[in-house]
Design a protein around this ligand. Structure first.
Ligand code: AMP
Length: 549
């Protein structure tokens, strides 16, 4: 028997319409490359989105067409975040940090019809264009001899009225490629329904908890897993939005100037921003919460933000394949009487599944997967399903490597889950160090190293070893206080916490840790550099020797 309720499709047009009708005077502010702020209200954004939809239709864009963006977090990009999906086409944000060769392959596979190019990236886009061959481009900046169309020109002749008409909520709305850290980038094709439901889930009080009183700063790039859904969640909540453009280093000024209350980005961003934010403590008093994910947020950094700056850290775990949010670490009612250290230890875990996400911990057996206990000790592969998780990759047939026969996504993350449902990521399955038949968690070692005041950044990788299979090596970037003779101190610190065989065989000191295209430690690059180096010793500065701290 069917129920008797309206079959009202869940589409992004509903989010846009709600934002316009109910929160019309809320603002979008963008930091422009010249350092000034561009600011307009939701009503202006709405009018421009409708004109843009007409202009795109005039350009011949049809339902289902993929349209790429090559842009920073700006108001133009936000307009495209709505105009493209709401007219029925598919928004495809390109990761500007991938190589031209990788991007050309991605654009080719996606069959993008058009690329919107941020003028701030015009020069680097040339290299991509040379590889891609002819494709229609629209530049955000003024018209030049190389420009097919200039963005603002699109608005001059476009009609202001447009009626959204997406009837099937399962139509594709966006295409994001995984960042390629663990293999070649793969396309994830979101639907209106999946993104709508992810938005509702993200806005719950115990998830991102955005409200109409918030001013939200997504530092996470709009090409990384749809900026974690924040462009949609913020506007559905009616929050003001602040977009940093290309200047992700001017965070403290931007927070002080615009009264940001919630900001989001990977741990690297928060580690780099901390000294400046600490100096400007009084100016940034509006900031109440930082959403952080993409990589483990070290315990010590959580402590610095919460204790020194009074900013709540919301540590989340997810994947491009999951739109991206899967878990979030918040304290439970019963945790309130714990000591601060115990609280930060819990918050450094990746947290509990958000409502709508189902998790299981699994081990592969001859007959398929066996579920493992949630005892906080047993390590297994994290598998997931939810209405906002991919059931296959774009143009790739599902393989047992990525999806189980009973339709769970294999995340490739090794984890424990405790009795309260808190997930702790131990490692990527491929990064887990296997030494003498035992597992060593690189994340646990990194987190422990980062507690030391002399350590600014740390990455631990397993290098091949004839006797043990693999042995851990720690690459460390020191703070100003630290020097290259602190290996013994670090060894002792780790020995207090871990079994002897976990202690890295070597500590290699570097000026910088290589990062992936979305700002995470690039373990593949580290491994290549380490194994490519003859006998790396503590004296060798193996990474970017010319780059100074
Ligand atoms: P991406 O799709 O590029 O965002 O990468 C997803 C992967 O990032 C996950 O499968 C994890 O390996 C890793 N990841 C995301 N969030 C966290 C976190 N909070 N802690 C540890 N690893 C994380």
């Amino acid at each position: 028997m069917y129920g008797l309720m309206m079959d009202h499709p869940l589409t992004l047009a509903q989010i846009l319409e709600h934002a316009y009708r109910i929160h019309t005077d809320k603002h979008v502010t963008t930091l422009l490359p010249n350092g000034t702020l561009h600011r307009y209200d939701y009503a202006t954004l709405y009018g421009r989105v409708k004109r843009l939809a007409n202009a795109l239709t005039e350009l011949g864009i049809q339902r289902g067409d993929r349209i790429a963006t090559y842009a920073a977090n700006t108001y133009q990009h936000l307009e495209l975040y709505y105009a493209i999906p709401c007219l029925g086409a598919v928004l495809h944000p390109l990761n500007v940090r991938l190589s031209p060769t990788q991007l050309a392959q991605i654009v080719h596979e996606a069959e993008d019809k058009l690329v919107f190019v941020d003028s701030a990236y015009a020069t680097q886009f040339q290299a991509l264009q040379d590889k891609m061959g002819p494709i229609h481009t629209v530049y955000f900046g003024p018209k030049s001899p190389d420009t097919d169309t200039c963005y603002e020109q699109l608005f001059s002749d476009a009609k202001p009225a447009y009626t959204w008409d997406i009837r099937d909520e399962n139509s594709a709305m966006g295409l994001c490629y995984t960042s390629g850290t663990h293999g070649e980038p793969r396309g994830v094709l979101y639907t209106h329904r999946s993104m709508f439901l992810h938005t509702l889930a993200a806005n719950q009080a115990d998830v991102f908890g955005l409200t109409e009183t918030d001013v939200v700063l997504p530092i996470v790039p709009m090409f990384h897993a749809m900026a974690w859904g924040l462009p949609y969640a913020s506007m559905f909540a009616g929050a003001d939005i602040v977009l940093p453009g290309t200047k992700i280093t001017a965070i403290a000024d931007l927070i002080a100037d615009t009264g940001v209350t919630v900001a989001a980005g990977v741990p690297t961003i928060w580690a780099a921003a901390y000294p400046e934010l600490q100096k400007r403590r009084t100016d940034i008093s509006s900031l109440r919460r930082v959403i952080v994910g993409g990589e483990a947020m070290p315990h010590a950094l959580i402590e610095s933000y919460e204790k020194e700056l009074g900013v709540e850290i919301c540590h989340a775990w997810g994947m491009t394949e999951m739109s991206p949010t899967g878990t979030l670490s918040k304290l439970r009612a019963g945790h309130q009487n714990l000591t601060d250290t115990e609280k930060w230890r819990i918050k450094a875990k990746q947290g509990r599944p958000i409502p709508g996400v189902q998790l299981r911990l699994a081990a592969e057996t001859a007959d398929g997967f066996k579920e493992l206990p949630w005892d906080g000790k047993t390590i297994g592969e994290l598998q997931v399903r939810s209405p906002w998780t991919a059931n296959r990759y774009y143009k790739i047939a599902p393989t047992p490597e990525h999806f189980t026969t009973d339709k769970w996504l294999r995340t490739g993350d090794m984890a424990t889950i405790d009795a309260e449902g808190y997930v702790q990521i131990v490692d990527r399955a491929k990064s887990l160090i296997r030494s003498g038949g035992e597992s060593i968690s690189s994340i646990a070692l990194e987190t422990a190293l980062l507690k030391h005041p002399y350590v600014r950044e740390a990455a631990v990788v397993g290098i091949p070893d004839d006797k043990w299979g693999e042995r851990p090596i720690a690459v460390v970037v020191c703070t100003e206080k630290g020097g290259e003779n602190i290996s013994d101190t670090l060894r002792q610190q780790l020995a207090a916490e871990f079994p002897k065989f976990w202690i890295p065989d070597k500590f290699v000191f570097a000026d910088e840790i290589p990062k992936t295209s979305v700002g995470k430690s690039d373990k593949r690059a580290i491994l290549t550099q380490l194994t490519g180096t003859q006998n790396p010793t503590e004296k060798n500065r193996i990474f970017s020797p010319t780059q100074k701290k």
